[in-house]
Design a protein around this ligand. Structure first.
Ligand SMILES: Cc1cc2nc3c(=O)[nH]c(=O)nc-3n(C[C@H](O)[C@H](O)[C@H](O)COP(=O)(O)OP(=O)(O)OC[C@H]3O[C@@H](n4cnc5c(N)ncnc54)[C@H](O)[C@@H]3O)c2cc1C
Length: 354
């Protein structure tokens, strides 16, 4: 049976299914061929159904979050691309649920307290800016003292949405991560980090589902977090939610810190152009961007892809770049760094597609 017929019979809302969907619309690089079928997955039930259909019919399944750390090949992606869009933010003080999107539907969550346009469907500047501009509504949530505070967040909530909600409730511990333009799920998978903090430092546990549909809770230790890596790059699980540990703080100070981090990003990162963050991982004993810079590669261009003149660690989509252009530029950069410094550099972005 054809993919369209299979999905037609399913309970998945037809409005969330897109056929022959350009992945350039769903990646911050704004590059990539088409997905045979792209589905925005708003609930665990939909995800379970997709897993079942994929298993029963041998349909390849690719999971993405906000598409801010991936390069999709020009040939596109066969089967289903499932964008994990399961959004929720619940805050618990002394194990008692308080507000901020608690128990809310995705529409409520994104329209009320924690709306943020961040990631692939917005410009890079909007994605970063959104973290600070949406914070506003007053809250008395952090008035109690001595509390242990946790937040339960859906894997599809963006880092910006979570940061805004926490700030609004006077909760500190997440500010450093607020400008990372991915989702909670993507950040956990990558152990994303910035300004001396990684998501592993705030995650208590994660709930994930394997490809057979079994749900499992992982403790922080079980996730084997490393620099830009976790168990989820080795074992096939889809992250559906996480519990985060936070502390009571001062709302104004939190907001100020987030603004400072944003300013830093705008000054140091080429947000004027589509990109996927740092192209390469940091080395064990070297700063990759510095080596690339010292190879004289800033501004080096292949097709529409360029090594940013602002930050040598970023490849940007300067002008209608193809994935091929980026991949050739990656190879050239690797070769030059090896030749000049004898160092092997490793991709941080993930290349997906056929
Ligand atoms: C301008 C810019 C700045 C950036 N700054 C930083 C930074 O400071 N620090 C940093 O660490 N990164 C940074 N990044 C990279 C990127 O934002 C992070 O790696 C982010 O965590 C990726 O999340 P995502 O939702 O976009 O994941 P995607 O790019 O969609 O996916 C990345 C990987 O995670 C997997 N994945 C996504 N969701 C799930 C899920 N629910 N379950 C299982 N697997 C999943 C995908 O299959 C894929 O393998 C930056 C990117 C950009 C564009």
């Amino acid at each position: 049976m054809k993919l369209e017929q299979i999905l037609e019979k399913s309970n998945i809302s037809k409005e969330s299914i897109y056929y022959n969907e350009p992945m350039s619309k769903h990646t911050s690089f704004k590059i990539g061929g088409t997905a045979e079928c792209y589905i925005r997955v708003d609930s665990l039930e939909n995800l379970q159904e997709i897993l079942k259909l994929s298993n029963e019919n041998n349909i390849p399944l690719t999971i993405i979050g906000n598409g801010t750390n991936i390069l999709v090949k020009d040939e596109g992606i066969k089967g289903i691309v499932a964008k994990i869009n399961i959004k929720s933010i619940e805050i618990y003080k002394n194990n008692v649920a308080t507000s901020v999107g608690a128990e809310s539907t995705e529409a409520e969550t994104s329209n009320k307290s924690v709306t943020a346009k961040a990631g692939a469907e917005s410009t890079m500047e909007e994605a970063v800016q959104s973290t600070v501009t949406q914070v506003g509504a007053e809250s008395t949530e952090a008035e109690t003292s001595n509390e242990s505070v946790t937040a339960k967040v859906g894997a599809g909530s963006t880092m910006a949405e979570v940061a805004q909600a926490l700030c609004k409730n006077g909760l500190t511990g997440f500010e450093e991560l607020s400008g990372i333009p991915g989702t909670i799920g993507g950040a956990i998978r990558m152990n994303a980090g910035a300004h001396g903090k990684e998501i592993k430092d705030v995650v208590i546990n994660v709930t994930a589902i394997d490809y057979k549909g079994n749900i499992k809770k992982f403790s922080n230790e079980e996730m084997q977090f490393e620099y830009r890596n976790s168990i989820f790059s080795k074992e096939k699980y889809i992250i559906i939610g996480a519990e985060l540990k936070l502390s009571k703080g001062n709302k104004q100070e939190i907001e100020e810190k987030m603004k400072q981090y944003m300013t830093w990003r705008k000054e140091h990162q080429p947000l004027e152009y589509p990109n996927a963050g740092s192209t390469f991982k940091r080395g064990a004993d070297f700063v990759t961007a510095q080596l690339i810079d010292e190879c004289g590669l800033k501004g080096y261009t292949i097709g529409g892809a360029q090594i940013s003149t602002k930050h040598a660690g970023f490849i940007i989509n300067k002008e209608n770049a193809k994935a091929q252009d980026v991949l050739k530029l990656v190879e050239h950069t690797k070769k030059e760094v090896l030749k000049k410094f004898g160092k092997q550099i490793e991709l941080e972005i993930e290349v997906i597609g056929d």
